[in-house]
Design a protein around this ligand. Structure first.
Ligand SMILES: Cc1cc2nc3c(=O)[nH]c(=O)nc-3n(C[C@H](O)[C@H](O)[C@H](O)COP(=O)(O)OP(=O)(O)OC[C@H]3O[C@@H](n4cnc5c(N)ncnc54)[C@H](O)[C@@H]3O)c2cc1C
Length: 309
């Protein structure tokens, strides 16, 4: 219930305006987001890379229905790629892009515009020696996002896909995506989804995650195992061994600020580990999804709010 309520609030413009003005929000945000400027994201990436980790950077923003805003997001990614290149970090980095931030939701022209904008980011990424992964958003966008992925992969086959284990369709999507050269991030899924399309019980989501992992690990693609769940990390390692995969033929991924010690432990054990580094001013939706995953953080947030009064 709490998770659903938080995920609903994540899309409220009014709540966003209130929360982003409260100083305490910033204290909590700092745990998950290294900063609002590109330079801070690049610096956070440098620290992680020096620790033996890889990164994927996300310029925060979503649900844009303004073409100028979509264009500004593309510009931010181009600047980011340049910044990573200048810092000599491009080889250990990639970028994660939400299509709704670059125009997918615009009436009529949305999917075409988002695909063209994503193509510009893919081209810049390739020119700097790195790649793009398309984040996956709520289920109403899954088909459109996979269609864009398909288009982009004609010219940029290195473009990464994301699938969400909570959706009933995902095992099937994994089968279609588990081919050579296909980079696929498997996550549990972070949105509020109805029961006709998504598992509601977390045990069912975990079981689906394992089924999808098996398909990806047994396949010919490059699985990107995005989870902080210790049980699923163990199962992923066991499946990698079962299917004869060496570290470097798959990778683990975790979010900035979550289980940092585990990220380092896995990297020190020889695993490839990538940290998702979000940055920018539009952190509200991202923060709400992290709160929904971790109700203890909400208690901290509310307590601090009360003590402000
Ligand atoms: C690299 C990466 C990329 C992602 N990309 C997408 C995407 O494109 N689309 C999408 O829908 N979702 C995405 N997600 C989010 C994902 O779907 C889950 O919502 C999120 O990862 C939490 O699920 P979990 O697998 O970590 O398991 P959980 O069962 O939620 O968590 C397992 C354990 O991890 C720790 N933990 C988890 N969340 C938090 C938190 N917020 N704060 C503190 N500790 C926490 C806790 O110890 C918890 O017990 C991504 C996640 C990662 C790691």
């Amino acid at each position: 219930m709490l998770r659903q309520a938080l995920l609903l609030l994540a899309r409220s413009q009014q709540v966003k305006e209130v929360v982003t003005r409260i100083p305490v929000s910033h204290a909590l945000v700092n745990r998950y987001v290294p900063g609002e400027e590109t330079a801070l994201a690049v610096e956070a990436s440098r620290v992680l890379i020096e620790d033996g980790l890889l990164v994927t950077l996300d310029f925060l923003g979503e649900d844009t229905n303004d073409e100028a805003h979509a264009e500004a997001t593309v510009t931010a990614y181009l600047e980011l790629l340049e910044g990573l290149s200048h810092a000599g970090l491009a080889r250990s980095s990639e970028v994660s892009v939400k299509l709704s931030a670059i125009g997918q939701a615009l009436p009529d022209v949305g999917p075409k515009l988002a695909t063209e904008n994503a193509r510009r980011i893919c081209r810049a990424a390739r020119n700097t020696g790195t790649t793009v992964t398309l984040d996956m958003e709520d289920h109403t966008t899954t088909d459109a996002t996979l269609a864009t992925l398909h288009e982009l992969r004609k010219d940029f086959p290195e473009t990464g896909a994301v699938v969400q284990a909570y959706l009933h369709r995902t095992e099937q999507d994994c089968r279609a995506l588990a081919h050579e050269g296909s980079r696929v991030r498997l996550c549990k899924g972070a949105y509020n989804e109805p029961e006709d399309v998504a598992y509601q019980d977390r045990h069912d989501v975990d079981k689906s995650y394992v089924r999808c992992l098996k398909v990806l690990m047994a396949g010919d693609g490059y699985p990107m195992v995005a989870t902080h769940d210790p049980r699923l990390i163990k199962i992923a390692s066991a499946l990698a061994t079962r299917y004869g995969r060496m570290p470097g033929t798959y990778e683990f991924q975790m979010l900035y600020g979550i289980r940092g010690e585990e990220q380092k432990r896995l990297a020190e054990a020889g695993e490839q580990v990538r940290v998702y580094v979000p940055y920018g001013e539009e952190w509200f939706g991202y923060l709400m999804r992290r709160l929904a995953e971790r109700p203890q953080n909400l208690t901290f947030f509310l307590r601090s709010l009360i003590s402000q009064k």
